[in-house]
Design a protein around this ligand. Sequence first.
Ligand code: NAP
Length: 309
Amino acid sequence: MDIRNVVIMGSGCAGHTAALYSARANLKPLVIEGHEPGGQLSMTTLVENFPGFPEGIQGPELIENMRKQAMRFGADYHTGHAVKADLSKRPFELSVGKETIQTRTLIVASGASARWLGLPNEHALIGHGVSSCATCDGFFFSGKEIAVIGGGDSAMEEATFLTRFASKVTLIHRREQFRASKIMLDRAHANPKIAFLTDTVVDDVLDVGKKEVTSLRLRNVKSGESWDFPTSAMFLGIGHIPNAKIFESQLETDADGYLVTQKNVLTKVPGVFACGDVQDRRYRQAITAAGSGCMAALEVEKFLEEEGL
Ligand code: NAP
């Protein structure tokens, strides 16, 4: 079996950047694309804060450009996602479908996936009005009323984007203060199609019997009052959970499951590096993910050189 110099798990900003740098270092990286190829950028719309694009660039286009750039220098891409990892010996082993891949070094760039509320009926209505991806599913609710849950930048971005389709968007947030940046919050406030409901939580989503969203059961956390709020869809923008489960008990994680790194990208296992949203709970930006992908690739080069590999 071929032993790879470096395998990169994940194909978001961090993974593609690590692939570009390690490909240009002639390491012939293998990228395992993961179950959400392209990561979070592939599910977003206009990215206005990635330097180099004064007019902004669509997230899917940006990520596709990164992929092409890495491939141009010889990065290999493999569809599928790693279900098991053995980091106890070298070469490390990854199980991807029925295949076992061996590698001298590993870059974990598996990102983070959308968080769900965990409501009794939520799962049954995913794809029937419950969604975590406005760009994927917004179109289906043209002319309808939509609810967006969350108080961060994702929720503001989703709510603003969804006004393209919806007759009205109601942003529902569990507190009165918002975590979102001022510019995103101001934009949402200024949009006449967006209404705000604060101090409010969702206790359930209805109606599983009809296989569509008809209303949300809401509760005001201050007054305790409960009511049914009619809506055609519920979009979640409540953050993400790091994709590090396969490394449980092999790599150190913090209380929320983010991989713990030293000097930005080093894990406790020599030869295993982590970059992007799977290890970054502080910045979580496309540009910082790309930057840490670059660092991980440079560390791989250094590691292989030092080990005489
Ligand atoms: P976030 O900043 O962690 O915000 C998550 C929001 O969801 C918070 O308001 C939180 O409420 C709420 N929430 C979490 N769990 C909840 C639950 N179980 N029930 C109800 N509400 C819940 O996540 P994010 O908005 O996805 O942003 C993540 C990062 O990406 C941030 O750094 C952000 O700046 C960045 N981002 C940037 C852009 C942009 O610049 N274009 C766009 C999107 C995201 P609390 O506030 O009460 O905790």
